[in-house]
Design a protein around this ligand. Sequence first.
Ligand SMILES: Nc1nc2c(c(=O)[nH]1)N[C@H]1C(S)=C(S)[C@@H](COP(=O)(O)O)O[C@H]1N2
Ligand SMILES: [Mo]
Length: 366
Amino acid sequence: MRWLTRVHLIHGVLLVLLLVTGLCLYMTTTRTWFNQLGVPLVSVHVTIAVLYIGVVCYSILRVGRYLLKKPRASKFNFWLHTIFFFLWAVSGAMMYWQAYFPVTLRNGAVVIHDWTTFLYIPWLLVHSLGHLYSWKAPWPDWWTKHVALPPAIAENKFERRDFLKLSGLTVLFLMIGSWLKWLTPVLSAVDSENRRRGYFRIYNVTNDYPRYQPGEWSLTIDGLTNKSETITYYDLPRFPATTIVDDFHCVTGWSVRHVEMKGVKVKDLMTQLGIEAQSDYVTAYSGDGMYFDSFLTTQLLDEEALLVYELDGEQLKQAMGFPCRLYHPDMYGYKSVKWVNRLEFTEKREIGYWQQSGGYDLNGYL
Ligand SMILES: Nc1nc2c(c(=O)[nH]1)N[C@H]1C(S)=C(S)[C@@H](COP(=O)(O)O)O[C@H]1N2
Ligand SMILES: [Mo]
């Protein structure tokens, strides 16, 4: 059947492209490469996904009908893909339109999107080996040989007996289903607190990130101010500390809830240093030499923005911005410049890294 072969090929190619772009998005190193090449990988992934959804919607009924007469193995493939397709599409859509979903749902979607992909990879390897090298997995006969259709379907007769059998099966499945439901709390007891909470995915737009020794880091406040000042790592504890517990949200869909962050409010720091802002905009620069973002002066000074140096009671990990990252409690994670080493007050508003290359909103309010 020519049509089927063609659909299968298009389907396979799109799915492999989705896997490759998806894995590249998942891994920090590759994500960073694409960032540096200026390739908006998320948009590429989403575009392919839309094409893929189109192909599936166009072909699924016809393929399903064709496979009815096929061996169990083909039917299994069909159902596997239908289920995975559904899980990928729904969780992906929730990640894409994440602003409309509560945090717990959204984090669940990210986990499902990741895990379905990991589970899928071994299957894909076996399947493509079969197609590329005509290698066959040693499945038993009953699995791969053609099966006769049940008379009810073959002759289009649906008898009382079939109806009873179907109803019986349905009840059985419902029972198994509800029984499994009792199992889930047991299965998820391990580390469930952490899973519900979510975890930080480490993002940086540079290949490597600054690994500061405490003595190497400093933060300069300058630009349109009455004076400029530079503080070091050892100065940080000398300023009044503020601790907040807040949820951290990334626009790409993941969140971490109840993160305890300790640091100095930008406002307190400025007051203590006797610095007065004389312009309406501030740019926060990262010591990685690439990343920066801008704020209204009022957003940093009057909205409790913090220079965070402790997270959940420990000093920041190097990958997460040691010794200090900016944090605005009402804004997305991309405003949280890691390894922040300069706050420059400016006449005009600078357009930050992700606003230039990702089209992110300037203010980034949640
Ligand atoms: N210097 C720097 N800071 C950064 C980024 C970055 O790429 N470089 N990514 C931002 C984005 S988009 C998010 S969601 C958070 C992620 O924080 P994490 O890497 O600690 O998980 O950091 C923000 N701060
Ligand atoms: Mo982000």
